[in-house]
Design a protein around this ligand. Structure first.
Ligand SMILES: [Cu+2]
Length: 148
């Protein structure tokens, strides 16, 4: 029995593309900037590709390092950069959505600690089809502008 379980777990690991596969949603290159000392919020970027046949939404995101995670979009109003939160991030079949500086991002607030360059932390994503996935977030420098 234990041997069988071990074989199953190994097969699962071998079949799972890195870093995270949730059914049909491929999550890759999640990253954040190191915290400015004293900061209580952070931003996470990454790529999300829907390889399934149905539209899928990221409805909720959690992490041990943040009290709350919201999905924000960036909008330009009267030459001012503003952020507003969206209820869910919907991804059409075959579509890839990039969360990147100046655009969509995940906003982490009430950080339980500062983010340190070169560390990796986890976020858990909850999808509209009831599945979840854990993705690794790599922390770059304070001035990072692309994935580290
Ligand atoms: Cu934001």
């Amino acid at each position: 029995m234990y041997e069988r379980l071990a074989v199953f777990v190994l097969a699962f690991l071998l079949l799972t593309p890195m870093p995270a596969l949730a059914g049909v949603l491929i999550v890759s290159d999640c990253w954040a900037r190191a915290s400015v000392p004293g900061a209580r919020s952070a931003v996470v970027y990454g790529s999300f590709r829907n390889e399934g046949k149905r539209s899928l939404a990221i409805e909720r995101v959690t992490s041990e390092i943040a009290g709350r995670i919201s999905i924000h979009r960036t909008v330009l109003e009267n030459n001012m950069v503003m952020m507003s939160s969206i209820d869910e991030l919907r991804i059409a079949p075959g579509e890839e959505v990039e969360l990147e500086p100046g655009g969509l991002h995940m906003m982490l607030t009430d950080l339980t600690r500062e983010l340190i360059e070169k560390e990796v932390f986890e976020i858990r994503l909850f999808f509209s089809d009831g599945t979840t996935a854990v993705a690794d977030v790599k922390v770059g420098s304070i001035n990072q502008i692309t994935a580290p």
